[in-house]
Each structure stands twice: as structure tokens, then as C-alpha cells.
Design a protein around this ligand. Structure first.
Ligand SMILES: [Zn+2]
Length: 241
């Protein structure tokens, strides 16, 4: 039985980046753990008139709880850093918390954002750096057989519906997961993040209204570290296989 840990900075990143994969893991009886680093208190409030950051944080945690239920996530860790603060946060402390979660839960696979953060958001970029470092440090406390594989998510179609342009260059994709049968769960998980209607509408127009036609059949990944060593990325392998 495989254990898959995903580390993302904001409530909703998990549904955008790998909601279908998480639902697929659940069906395959694989355990999943989501570490959500911030409470999302810096985000928009959508249809809700929430005037204080703390209330928004609590509201977004509830939305995340709903999404986690839809996706069958086995363990949800909330680090509750302030949204938008990760570039100024104590980096070693953040790395230490992720490292501890890894050595405690012993995942076979760890997934996070790529170095460009997909959207270029500083919280996304720091989460990538911290998680990558945490995996390296966790290995020092684990036996060789237990080293997790580290993957970066890629969302190549993110910008299909977005007016802004993605950062360059993205890391080459080395694998994809067929989520055709799990588009419903991905759509319902995205819909759980009602306060993020603006972001969901930008990347997945129609989903908030219950039309999941825009959700693709694959989620894409890059294997960057395996068996304690970085994986050589061959740019010629860019694209789907
Ligand atoms: Zn995010």
C-alpha cells in the first residue's frame, strides 16, 4: 500500500493541482496526507462578506475540510502560517515542520509545486523550496528503503483559460495520471472552495456552476528526486507521454 503526501501553501491548491490523483489514490486504497501550510486568510472572500482575516481563515479551513472529504484525504495537517507570509517566514522552521511530518508519516511519495510555483506566487515558490529541502533532510533519518520519491506537479493547461502568462521555463513533465474517472471528485473538491470562486472561474470556467466539462483527463508530474538522488531532467522529454 502506497502513501502519498502532498504539500501546498493554500487551501484549494490541492484541488487545482492534483484533486483527481488524490481521489484516485483513495479508490486504490492508498493513504493520502495533505499538508496545507497557510490558512488562506489573504485570499478573496468570494460571495461571502467576511470582514476579518481570522474569520476568513476559519471559513477556508471549513472549505478545505469539505474538499478533503470529497477527495478521501486520510490525514490533514494545517500549519496555519499567515497567507502571503512564507517568503518572510523562518525557512528552517518551516522545513523542520515538513521534515517531521515526513519522518512521522513515512510517505512513499511526496508531491509539491515546481520551483516556479506554477503561478509564480511567492508562497508557492517557498513551499517548493522548503518541501524539497525537507525531503533531503528526512532522508538522513530514514533507512534507504524508506526514502520517498519527490514529484513536482505541473498544470500545463492552467493558462488555457487564464488571461495571464505562466512563468518560464517550466520543468519538463515526466509522468501523467489518468483522472478521467475522477473528474467528478476534482470538480466537487474545487466547488467546495466557494470563497475562491474568482480563481476557480479563471482556471476552470463552469465548474462552480457544476459543469465539469473543462476539467482535463490527466494531471501531470515531474519526478525530481528518487532513492536519495536528484533525477536528471531531460528537456527533450517535455510534453505528455
Ligand atoms: Zn495557492
Amino acid at each position: 500500500m502506497k502513501k502519498v503526501m502532498v504539500v501546498f501553501p493554500h487551501p484549494d491548491d490541492e484541488s487545482f493541482a492534483c484533486g483527481g490523483t488524490l481521489a484516485k489514490c483513495k479508490e486504490a486504497n492508498q493513504m493520502t496526507c495533505l499538508i496545507c501550510v497557510t490558512s488562506g486568510c489573504g485570499g478573496r472572500t468570494g460571495p461571502y462578506s467576511i470582514d476579518c482575516r481570522e474569520k476568513l481563515a476559519r471559513h477556508r479551513e471549513q472549505e478545505l475540510g469539505k474538499a478533503a472529504e470529497v477527495l478521501g484525504i486520510s490525514r490533514l495537517d494545517l500549519f496555519r502560517y499567515p497567507d502571503g507570509s512564507l517568503a518572510e517566514a523562518d525557512f528552517d522552521e518551516l522545513v523542520g515542520r515538513i521534515r517531521e511530518a515526513i519522518t512521522d508519516w513515512q510517505p512513499d511519495v511526496v508531491v509539491t509545486f515546481p520551483p516556479d510555483g506554477v503561478t509564480g506566487h511567492p508562497d508557492h515558490i517557498v513551499t517548493c523550496k522548503a518541501t524539497t529541502r525537507a525531503v533531503e533532510l528526512a532522508e538522513l533519518e530514514m533507512s534507504t528503503d524508506d526514502y520517498p520519491d519527490l514529484y513536482y506537479v505541473s498544470i500545463p493547461h492552467y493558462y488555457d483559460h487564464c488571461p495571464d502568462k505562466g512563468p518560464n521555463p517550466a520543468v519538463p513533465i515526466t509522468g501523467k495520471v489518468d483522472i478521467t474517472r475522477f473528474r467528478l471528485q476534482k470538480g466537487e473538491a474545487l466547488r467546495a472552495h466557494q470563497s475562491q470562486v474568482y480563481s476557480v472561474n479563471r482556471a476552470y470556467p463552469g465548474v462552480i456552476e457544476g459543469d465539469f466539462g473543462v476539467i482535463g483527463c490527466y494531471e501531470y508530474y515531474t519526478l525530481v528526486r528518487s532513492k536519495g538522488k536528484p533525477v536528471e531532467l531531460n528537456p527533450r522529454r517535455t510534453g505528455s507521454r
